[in-house]
Ligand binder design. Structure first.
Ligand SMILES: Cc1ncc(COP(=O)(O)O)c(C=O)c1O
Length: 409
């Protein structure tokens, strides 16, 4: 049996001096508390090691930021080289302009880019740009969708006033009729519509856009003069290098990126079309670390490496191998599962249960045998995952399915 002793000792220490111990999505209470690690010691490629020395093939990738491997030599060398010159300072460095130029060259809808640190920075900013552009207040979003910790959108409302969320209207994902009705009733007030490229909130099967859904959103925004914002924070650079909606041939006005952009270095970006640029310059956007140069150097090295190696295709291929293997095993052990999401950002749930007991048992066995999945949140494939990793993973998942079958039928 693996020991997680040091992890839980550290969690006890953390709980004394940090509210919630590890607050938010990285809390061990959201894994299989007691049977999963709480703290990481190091990470390399597609593997991570916890503080008790247990090794895992990692399918969470830091909840998305790691896209070409932890501690990637080219990315780390670029960040280090930049740090020795300057990182955070009074003024930005040339990297700031270079990265904006790089994104404008890479992303078809982008005529400009602006940088922040977190996904929440840029999703909140994009809404302000939409308001500045239209002179209207309301933002339309999907019920349950996660766009970060901005007060305007967060569904955990402790400490948040109803007024802070009063400018948001919600509809159900893929409900074209409901969307059209909501727009009809409010069209003179709507500044923008914000969507993720596919439905991927935690505790839920993922869902791809229904036929005509994205096209309807695009056409409706054009009809009423509203701004179409894509929150590509989670999916960006895993489905397509030019923004995930390129996969569906639909062009938004603004796209928010973060997570994978710097392969783990803290950076986010909002990019937009020429018609949004004046509004974008009016919406005040700044932060002490927004112009830091080392994450920008890391981002450029990440994008270069991804393009040179066709990283997105690798993730689709590895994701397909994992999916085929897991679905075969589910069949063999007579487990009905839902396997959803695009191949690089998959999620598997057990179809026959109300709660999450099978998912937790499955993950518990995987942690024990050295594979890190999440019971309630979508997983991430990286281009650092090798075929050998997937083969080893499938040996582990075979045992995990077997345990689920044995203990739960
Ligand atoms: C789709 C989406 N938007 C926004 C965010 C917020 O990003 P951050 O946690 O970097 O603020 C996340 C984070 O998970 C996300 O998945």
């Amino acid at each position: 049996m693996r020991s997680f002793e040091k992890s839980y000792q550290l969690f006890d220490r953390a709980s004394k001096v940090i509210p919630g111990g590890i607050p938010g999505h990285q809390s061990p209470t959201l894994l299989v508390f007691g049977s999963s690690p709480c703290f990481i010691e190091r990470a390399e490629g597609s593997h991570i090691w916890d503080v008790d020395g247990n090794e895992y093939i990692d399918y969470m990738c830091g909840y998305g930021p790691m896209v070409i491997g932890y501690n990637h030599p080219k990315v780390e060398a670029a960040a280090r080289a930049q740090s020795t010159l300057v990182d955070t300072c009074n003024l930005p460095s040339e990297r700031y302009v270079e990265l904006a130029e790089r994104l404008v060259g890479l992303i078809p809808i982008a005529d400009w880019a602006i940088f922040g640190k977190n996904g929440s920075d840029v999703t909140t900013y994009a809404c302000r740009v939409a308001r500045a552009r239209t002179g209207r207040n309301k933002i339309v979003m999907v019920e349950g969708s996660y766009h970060g910790i901005g007060a305007w959108c967060i569904s955990f409302t402790t400490g948040i006033t109803p007024e802070e969320q009063a400018s948001v209207l919600k509809f159900d994902y893929n409900d074209i009729e409901g969307f059209t009705r909501l727009i009809d009733e409010n069209k003179d007030d709507i500044a923008g519509v914000i969507l993720t490229p596919f439905r991927h909130e935690a505790f839920h099967d993922s869902e791809m856009p229904a036929a005509g859904f994205l096209e309807t959103v695009r056409a409706t925004c054009d009809d009423i003069g509203a701004v179409f914002i894509v929150d590509d924070v989670r999916a960006g650079f895993r489905m397509h290098m030019g923004g995930s909606l390129e996969k569906f041939n639909v062009k938004p006005d603004l796209i928010c990126f973060s997570k994978a952009l710097g392969n783990g270095h803290p950076i986010s970006a909002c990019v937009g079309s020429e018609s949004m640029k004046d509004a974008a310059s009016q919406a005040f956007f700044t932060g002490s670390f927004f112009t830091s140069s080392a994450p920008m150097a890391a981002a450029m090295a990440t994008l270069d490496e991804m393009e040179a190696t066709d990283a997105v295709q690798i993730m689709y291929d590895r994701g397909e191998m994992l999916k085929d293997g897991l679905l075969d095993q589910a069949d063999a052990y007579e487990q009905e599962v839902h396997y959803t999401g695009p191949e690089p950002i998959p999620f598997m749930t057990f179809a026959t249960e109300d709660g999450w007991d099978r998912s937790k048992l499955f993950c518990e066995e995987c942690y024990e045998r050295g594979v890190f999945f999440h019971p309630f949140h979508n997983w991430f494939i990286s281009a650092a995952h090798t075929e050998e990793d997937i083969k080893k993973t499938l040996e582990v998942t075979d045992a995990a399915f077997k345990r689920v079958k044995t203990e739960m039928g």
